[in-house]
Design a protein. Sequence first.
Length: 190
Amino acid sequence: MTTRPGGRSARVRDAVLAATYAELADHGYPALTVDAVATRAGVHKTTVYRRWGGVDDLLADALDQTRETPWPVPDTGTVEGDLVAVAVEIASAFGDAGVPTAVVAASFQSPRAALALQAFYVARQEEAAKVVVRAVDRGELPGGVDPVEVVRLACAPLYYRVFITREPVDAVVAERAAHAAIAAARAGVV
């Protein structure tokens, strides 16, 4: 028996996982229910229970799907352009922080969501680190830098503002964070 790529099963999964994110953003993890997700997705709740079992597996699968979605690594030709592009993209994602903040909050309440969120960030950091590896290859950064740590330094101020001080982030904040990370890398502190 062969499996069709896509089809109804893929459409149902996409609808259910999109509904999971929407319900999470609208109502938070404590109010996330299979019934609400099924209603929003336009499927019967038994479909959701049969495939996912419960909200923890729904949320983990949503994060896994997001992690597996191809992410185009910026390639502007310079470390400044590349790392700024990474930081600006993250700042843009926080323009409506509903889903990101709801997912992080859920990860403190669901061990399954915490593992999926960690895997998501590990994958994204490894992808983004390619801009630093290229910069080292071009001689823009010293060879001893830790590519993932440079990415973390560029992104940390954005997460701090969104999750700790509850300040908005924008392209200006993102550019400043990226330039600070580059300066730290050039100074050999990462």
